[in-house]
Design a protein around this ligand. Sequence first.
Ligand code: GRF
Length: 228
Amino acid sequence: TKVAVLISGTGTNLQALMEQTKKPSSAAEIVVVISNRPGVLGLKRASLAGIQTRVVDHKLYGSRSEFDSTIDRVLEELGVELVCLAGFMRILTGAFVRKWNGKLLNIHPSLLPSFKGVNAQKQALLAGVRITGCSVHFVAWVHFNSYYTADINTELNLMAIVFYLSQEEVDAGAIIVQEAVPILTSDTEDRLAERIREAEHRAFPAALELVASGAVRLGEDGHIIWNQ
Ligand code: GRF
């Protein structure tokens, strides 16, 4: 399975994915690394590994949709079948997520659905939980069932839809792999983030193999299907 990895910075998750897909047993091949920022360490890691890179600098685009369609063009040109967001710090448009529904994986440094959004590690510390972790999930396309479309003309339903769609569903979507990470009483945000990252570097490669090998896929209803 041809894979693209999208990054924005250091690329330690990218590094873990490259090491995993180099194994002869891997079902995945990383064919391109795309960064929305030039000159980041992740691009050097890819080049050192002999993987072609592209920079699609979001500052050069007038709109999110132009940025996303440029990314999409690169993916299509290279015959990409799966996309891994590895420390990618952009929110993708609904159109892009819809097109790549079931083929778009993201890593988030918390046990979803807890602590969505930015600074998930800090959120966990502030919440006083004793266990946090990381989650690899399909990036959800926010969809609603026929209930809403059945009688769309009533004011209430229209408001419900507007409210529903306005909830930027970031870090939502069917969960593929999670790994728990204990929070130590001595933990600072940095120490905890580092320990979660070690878990990420196991969870993301595991999730990529599950999806690339077909062991796991996203069902029509947005839930995970395990091919037993
Ligand atoms: C990681 O903490 C990951 O959870 C988040 O991006 C951070 C940096 O990842 N999504 P990387 O080192 O660039 O892979």
